[in-house]
Design a protein around this ligand. Structure first.
Ligand code: ARG
Length: 601
């Protein structure tokens, strides 16, 4: 609906600057609401008008003034005012309220997402690969970030009209499973595997880091790994047979030898079952669980293709590499095959990308992992492009930073389950202490939902690339820009609407909403589609988070100052209409972020 207003302004502008209405629409944006003074509703930068072909004489300010002067007020656009290099437009507030609330009441779920501004994003198929934990290991903070960020991207794309395929690409192959398998054959117990599956695998698999020494190339990583290696070796009593045993087990796996494969299948199934339980708590699900193992068998044909295309070179050490340097001097390269003929992480990724393109025919593919894998994905896209796959241009890596200090009361090492437990128990405590808490049918579930929203908002507030320090107390505050505050605002609106549920209302008379608080809320709602566009363009959730926070602050003050109870019928109805509209925008925005709104707390 914001489009109706943008179009009205564009119509006026088109007349004075000779640029088509359609070209003008994306240049017009809503003015952020200012607390101090009444602001205009829409604005356009004159530089952007000139760039699109508008012509006027004089310096920028003279041109701005001249263009603004030519705008003829009409029933929708009441005034055009020249600012510094921008033209501000004031809209008729009654029309603003009528149009916005009318649409929100008739089609709450289409608000914003069906905007003309977003139409070019509709259609097509997006594959989002996210979460992607490693089997036989427990989920850590990085996987939690990938899970919630990927879920947000998938939700957003879906809301904007794309067909979305959600893929979880498990780390279920590679030399580390050699170690795990060999370890299990020595120290493992089927009994424990049945009763305490993940704990047990984790215990046996701890020595798996040994493998890093062979595969890492970065110096820092080698140092860290060497420490682990030394420790592990000490732990294993310097047993020299560990390494060969691990390599042997992995070879058996690669050869698909029944016994080894059966053990590995067991590890995988146990882990996936555990993960699915956690995903359910987070409200996340996947269309496909795939993994590195599914593509190991395709790596040979990838290597063959690379060879035929003269892209694969054999080094003196016997490894197979692809030269990624600009000048062909091997100053940068990727190793795709080890000297013993086994594939690597990147080889499986090339195979997986080709396979996905063929199976799913995606138009774009998005990978979500922490920033330590940035180079890996650059190399992957580079190789795909070199192989002649132009669609590699439409493959993107969304990278995120590290979370520091996400420890729980139980200790330093944090697993996702512990984090969820911690969030829930802290929330339960906070709710018990709060005087405003409602009697809930299922306090545990509410606490969990609110706790998870707190984690999500904390994570989404800043640029995804930034590392951030995790602080439980800050995360769970009711005041300030937290997930708890969003949930609280939503629950309060629900409670208000419940209290007046027996009074039917329509949005036919919006004239009681001409006070500054209501107008600010309406003006802010005008921005929703722009904010969705911003988040869709850079895949950063913070634009949407900020929008919802401001919306919550504005509605909190409206709620305080604009009572429903005791007001004349027409005013009460109009206010209910406003509050119910805000509630639906809030809930829809929260859902895109991956948050389940609660109705009571
Ligand atoms: N399993 C990997 C890890 O935990 C992440 C996988 C990312 N996806 C990919 N296609 N490489 O580090």
């Amino acid at each position: 609906m914001a489009c109706f207003f943008r179009r009205s302004v564009a119509l006026q502008l088109a007349k004075v600057c000779g640029v088509s209405e359609d070209a003008l629409i994306p240049l017009i944006s809503a003015v952020p609401v200012s607390k101090k003074k009444a602001s205009a509703d829409l604005r356009v930068s004159v530089i952007s008008l000139l760039r699109s072909g508008a012509a006027a004489d004089g310096d920028l300010q003279t041109q701005t003034q001249a263009l603004a002067n030519q705008i003829r007020p009409d029933a929708v656009v009441e005034e055009a005012v020249a600012g510094r290099g921008v033209i501000h437009f004031r809209l008729n507030k009654l029309t603003l309220a009528q149009k916005l609330l009318g649409q929100l009441l008739s089609e709450p779920d289409g608000f914003g997402v069906n905007s003309e501004l977003l139409r070019h994003l509709q259609g097509g198929r997006t594959l989002v690969e996210f979460s992607s934990p490693n089997i036989a290991k427990r989920f850590h903070a990085g996987h939690l970030r990938s899970t919630i960020i990927g879920n947000f991207i998938a939700n957003l794309k879906k809301a904007l009209g794309k067909e979305v395929i959600r893929v979880n690409y498990l780390g279920d192959w590679g030399m580390q499973f050699g170690l795990l398998g060999a370890g299990f054959e020595r120290f493992g117990s089927q009994e424990k595997l049945r009763t305490q599956p993940l704990e047990h695998l984790f215990e046996v698999g701890r020595s798996e880091r040994l493998v890093c020494v062979w595969t890492c190339s970065s110096c820092v990583c080698v140092c860290v790994c060497v420490q682990v290696y030394v420790r592990v070796n000490r732990e294993a009593d310097g047993d020299p047979s560990v390494r060969p045993a691990a390599a042997e087990f992995y070879r058996r796996l690669v050869r698909r030898e029944a016994q080894a494969l059966q053990l590995w299948t067991q590890f995988r199934e146990i882990t996936v079952l555990e993960y699915k339980r956690i995903y359910q708590r987070l409200g996340v699900d996947f269309d496909h669980y795939s993994g590195e193992s599914a593509h190991d068998g395709q790596t040979q044909s990838v290597l063959d293709e690379l060879r035929t295309k003269h892209l694969l070179k054999t080094t003196e050490k016997g490894t197979g590499v692809v030269d990624l340097s600009v000048t062909g001097d091997m100053s940068s390269y990727a190793t795709l095959v080890r000297s013993d003929g086994t594939s690597l992480y990147i080889t499986r990724d090339v195979a997986a990308a080709l396979d996905r393109k063929q199976r799913f025919g995606f138009d774009e593919m998005i990978y979500v992992t922490d920033k330590s894998q940035t180079v890996h994905f650059q190399q992957l896209f580079h190789i795909l492009t070199a192989m002649g796959h132009q669609w590699a241009e439409r493959c993107h890596h969304v990278a995120f930073g590290l979370v520091q200090g996400m420890s729980t009361r139980r200790g330093e090492v944090v697993f996702l389950e512990d984090v969820l437990e911690e969030a829930r128990s802290r929330m339960i405590n906070n709710m018990r202490q709060s005087t405003t808490s409602k009697v809930l049918e299922d306090p545990e579930q509410t606490a969990e939902r609110v706790g998870i929203s707190a984690l999500i908002i904390q994570d989404f507030k800043g640029p995804l690339m930034s590392d951030y320090k995790f602080d439980w107390d800050k995360v769970l505050q009711t005041q300030g820009d937290t997930g708890v505050f969003l949930q609280y605002t939503h629950a309060r609106l629900c409670s208000l609407l419940r209290r007046h549920a027996s009074e039917p209302y329509s949005c036919s008379d919006v004239s009681p909403l001409m006070d500054s608080r209501s107008v600010s809320v309406l003006q802010h709602l005008l921005r929703y589609d722009e904010v969705l566009l911003q988040s869709a363009n850079d895949l950063q959730p913070r634009h949407l988070v900020n929008f919802l926070m401001t919306l919550s602050h504005l509605v909190a003050s409206a709620h305080r100052e604009l009572p429903v109870k005791g007001s004349p019928a027409a005013t009460a109805q109009a206010r209910l209409c406003l509050f119910s509209s805000v509630r639906s925008v809030l809930a829809n925005g929260m859902r895109i972020l991956g948050i389940t709104p609660v109705e009571k707390m």
